[in-house]
Write a protein that binds this ligand. Structure first.
Ligand code: 6PG
Length: 472
């Protein structure tokens, strides 16, 4: 029997269509709308058994009228001005207690602004980060919610039902008010960039340093996926390395241009980390590597002018076990930085970000899902406020894997194979274990040219060096 929907979804692109089917499958009746009406028709026609739960609409007026008040309206449209356009268009049509949910990859500042503005409106607005790509949206994404406790109480039953489950626990949680959900999703994406980059770097060591063919790389990744590195990204890396190009018959990886795309969420993470003065060098290196990959002409010119950087690794190369350990260390260092950034944001924005819950919602459904995240959730619960590297099992793993990371970075550097993210992780790890850094030189320079002053190691109150009044 058909019921009047209480939920509606706008934007039937890949993610919106998949999420609509997921919502309908969990028993909800749903009004759907897409700016291009034929997309709505095709979507409902191909929805199979779920079609009776979908109400296609062709105008926003009909869409809103089709939903029973108080309405929940999910926006799955491109992030940016399109979201504002839809809110503006919906505004005159909405009633008291209607709620708009922006489920796109919004910049969290936009979500903050929209949530604040909605406080003066009769309807509510929340922003949720949704991760897991098309298959996640269809079968269970990881969901990071920004809103009030009351908003969460209202949407939790539906969001928990459609979310991924880890051992039966829904991967959907309230992160905090306003833009907190989208902030956490942004950091997820920064970590995603770093995870992907480090995997690409060890792939490069195998391909360029040891002449592995793609299927050999697939073997290694498949093996790693049974151990500490078990994760979605390692799993799909094995699959893409195994795939053949139907056109040329060559390994699929070998016919893909080495020019990485990006929609910008990793860049936002790096920018925000700088704003918060939190060092996240692994993520920054990953973003820079994507930018550099896109500069094909410069790379060609560099190789012609200075000679190709890459050479075979010395001797036997690097054992797969060593590479695995290097990647384990790099991954822990990257997550330690990501969680430190989340902690800094919590302080800065006055959010009570639930660190263990963040690790828990990332355990399943999202792109960075991995077995390690379960241990991270436990470590963050047992060691509140502490950096992950000081918590077991990660401190022990780092001690065990540090030498492999160092050996890998040294071997790569000698062979001219760029490993910017792994090297950045190692450098960060070295820096945070350095009792006396070289920043005394920076302070001296600042004081020399700008009389900026410094603190002395002996605590004496003489904040300037003997160079005051210099002539040069
Ligand atoms: C996810 C992903 C997703 C991301 C795309 C592409 O969690 O499902 O992070 O949100 O936007 O995968 O991102 P880039 O184009 O920036 O690589």
């Amino acid at each position: 029997m058909s019921e009047q929907p209480q939920v509606g979804l706008i934007g039937l692109g890949t993610m919106g269509a998949a999420l609509s089917l997921n919502i309908a499958e969990k028993g909800h009746f749903l009004a759907v709308y897409n700016r291009t009406g034929s997309v709505t028709d095709t979507f409902v026609q191909t929805a199979g058994d779920l079609a009776p739960r979908l109400t296609p609409t062709k105008t926003l007026e009909n869409f809103v009228a089709a939903i029973k008040a108080p309405r929940v309206i999910i926006l799955m449209v491109p992030a940016g001005p399109v979201v504002d356009d839809h809110i503006d268009a919906l505004k005159p049509l909405l009633g008291p207690d209607d709620l708009i949910i922006d489920a796109g990859n919004a910049n969290f500042y936009d979500t903050e602004r929209r949530a604040k503005r909605a406080q003066n409106e009769k309807f509510g607005f929340i922003g949720i980060g949704v991760s897991g790509g098309e298959s996640g949206a269809r079968h269970g994404p990881s969901i990071m919610v920004g809103g009030t406790e009351a908003d969460w109480a209202r949407v939790a039953p539906m969001l928990e039902a459609i979310s991924a489950k880890y051992d039966g626990t829904p991967c959907a949680s309230l992160m905090g008010p306003g833009g907190a959900g989208h902030f956490v999703k942004m950091v997820h994406n920064g970590i995603e960039y770093a995870d992907m980059q480090m995997i690409a770097e060890v792939y490069s060591l195998m391909r360029d340093g040891m002449a592995y063919k793609a299927p050999q790389v697939a073997d290694v990744f498949e093996n790693w996926n049974k151990g500490r590195l078990a994760s979605y990204l390692i799993e799909i890396s094995a699959k893409v390395a195994r795939a053949e190009d139907p056109i040329s018959g060559n390994a699929m990886l070998d016919v893909i241009l080495d020019k990485a795309g990006q929609k910008g969420t990793g860049r936002w993470t790096a920018i925000e980390a700088q704003q918060l003065a939190v060092p996240v060098p692994v993520i920054e290196a990953a973003v820079a590597a994507r930018n550099l990959s896109a500069r094909l002409d410069t790379r060609q010119r560099g190789a012609e002018y200075f000679g190709d950087a890459q050479k075979a690794l010395e001797g036997e190369g690097i054992a797969a076990k060593t590479l695995e350990k290097a990647l384990i260390a790099g991954k822990i260092l990257c997550y330690a930085q990501g969680f430190e950034m989340l902690a800094a944001a919590a302080t800065h924005f006055g959010w009570d970000l639930p660190m263990p819950a963040i690790a828990r919602v990332w355990r399943e459904g999202c792109i960075i899902r991995s077995d390690m995240l379960n241990d991270m959730a436990t470590a963050l619960t047992n060691n509140p406020g502490d950096n992950l590297i000081f918590a077991e099992p990660f401190s022990g793993l780092l001690k065990d894997c540090e030498a492999a990371l160092r050996d890998t970075v040294i071997a790569a550097t000698k062979a001219g194979i760029a490993v910017p993210a792994l090297a950045a992780g190692l450098s960060w790890f070295d820096s945070i274990r350095t009792r006396r850094t070289s920043a005394n030189m920076i302070q001296a320079q600042r004081d020399y040219f700008g009389a900026h002053g410094f603190e002395r190691v002996d605590g004496k109150n003489e904040p300037h060096g003997p160079w005051a009044g210099h002539e040069d």
